[in-house]
Write a protein that binds this ligand. Structure first.
Ligand code: ADP
Ligand code: MG
Length: 415
């Protein structure tokens, strides 16, 4: 397995010191949560609707915000527009419904029922069919480095978020379960899903959040929303620009550092920014880390030279699958993969290696024309680290920054 290495700080990461950062966040939360504008749209979920307590009105100077726990992760949405409340309810209901559709863990979900089927051909909903179709596409493209039938092996491992405790399963069990992992045994024809083996089970954890954020984007843009920021457990989707026409600033979490410590930031509109990393769901045993992205060839956490892969592009589901694939293939393997599949013009990838030094591929989006994103690094010239105060002094830079981490999100203030 990978040797555990706490990255040193000599690299070029932009570090926001946690205490100041969290103070700033607390301040922002208090501003939003203690005011008069809190509105409860739905008191409970007994109606089947998502429980929704929002702040703000959706006006340019008062965005509507909502956050909730779905898919075992914190999600948050910020919306602008006259119909923000209606759109927010639509987004929340969709998230709630997708948890009951795409989750392999939740016993009431559609996917759970599919995995515990008695017949090998089942009819599935449009969303489940579409998400499986996307998952199979990337399973095939990556020749199984991404494999949506990883569930039997994944279930042996225990990667609680941030508990960092777990035990390595018996190798014999891993080998036994690994026999059940094979995406070629899954066939989708329209909404009809069939399996060659009763042992095959599907897990969409590597692609579901991207799929959902893509659908939320379709819904919101279809409704006429021109300004929104969606954060599904660190997977960020920007819709349009901020109301003043400026781009959103998205911060990338520094792996293995305190939450909210920013590695680098980029400015974007109408892109998704999706990361996979080995630093949120992992445990350490005998000096090695065991993380939650499994190499389907071995049944063990992928041996990777990367702490994190971030994919910036227009297709959210693609970004989610590709970020996971990047961890499995490693930097060189992933570059070859992107070239082989002609993805270098549609996706821009940030590779963060084991020292947390990072590089954009094919090129820094700030330097390339035609890519909407621009990297904006704000560095202290003496220490190469910038503290939150420095950024705040720089005014608008930090406003609206989404600190992107694997399973968390933190929002810096209102727009
Ligand atoms: P996260 O969901 O933590 O943001 P990822 O998108 O990389 O990160 O997804 C990791 C999840 O994907 C795992 O928790 C597991 O459910 C699933 N998974 C793990 N390894 C693979 C793999 N090789 N192929 C497809 N899915 C995987
Ligand atoms: Mg993924």
């Amino acid at each position: 397995m990978i040797h555990f290495r706490i990255p040193d700080r000599k690299n070029n990461a932009l570090c926001l010191r946690p205490p100041a950062f969290f103070l700033s966040v607390l301040f922002a939360v208090c501003l939003a949560g203690c005011g008069q504008k809190t509105e409860s749209l739905t008191a409970s979920d007994s109606t089947g609707k998502a429980e929704l307590v929002t702040t703000g009105t959706g006006a340019a100077d008062d965005p509507m915000e909502w956050s909730g726990m779905y898919f075992d992760t914190m999600i948050s949405i910020r919306l602008y527009g006259d119909r923000a409340a209606e759109w927010m309810q639509g987004c929340a209901d969709y998230c709630s419904s997708m948890e009951n559709t795409l989750s392999a863990e939740k016993e009431t979900s559609e996917l759970y029922r599919v995995n515990h089927r008695t017949k090998q051909t089942v009819t599935v909903s449009d969303d489940l069919a579409e998400c499986i179709e996307e998952g199979l596409k990337y399973s095939e493209m990556s020749d199984g480095a991404f494999d949506i039938t990883i569930l039997p092996v994944k279930d042996l491992w225990d990667f609680e978020e941030n508990s960092h405790e777990g035990t390595v399963p018996d190798d014999a069990d891993i080998q036994e379960q690994l026999k059940k992992v094979d995406y070629t045994k899954v066939h989708l024809n329209g909404n009809e899903l069939s399996f060659d083996s009763p042992d095959t089970m599907i897990d969409l954890g590597g692609i579901a959040k991207g799929y959902i954020s893509g659908k939320l984007k379709e819904y919101l843009t279809g409704e006429g929303c021109r300004s929104a920021l969606i954060n599904l457990g660190g997977n960020v989707r920007a819709i349009g620009t901020k109301p003043d026409g400026s781009e959103w600033t998205v911060g990338i979490q520094t792996p293995f550092d305190d939450r909210g410590t920013v590695l680098t930031t980029l400015s974007t509109s109408d892109d998704s920014v999706i990361s996979s990393g080995i630093y949120e769901r992992y445990f350490e045993s005998n000096g090695k880390i065991y993380h939650h992205i499994i190499d389907p060839r071995t049944g063990y956490p992928a041996e990777t030279d990367l702490n994190q892969v971030t994919v910036v592009g227009e297709d959210d589901a693609a970004g989610d699958a590709l970020a996971t694939i990047g961890i499995v293939l490693g930097e060189n393997g992933m570059k070859k993969f992107l070239k082989a599949h002609n993805l270098t013009s549609s996706e821009t990838v940030l590779f963060t290696d084991q020292d947390n030094s990072y590089a954009w591929y094919p090129s820094d989006p700030a330097a390339s024309q035609g890519v909407k994103s621009q990297s904006k690094e704000i560095q202290d010239s003496e220490s190469q680290n910038t503290e939150i105060q420095s950024i705040e002094i720089q005014g608008t830079e930090i406003q609206g920054t989404e600190i992107q981490s694997m399973e968390s999100q933190s929002t810096e203030g209102n727009e």
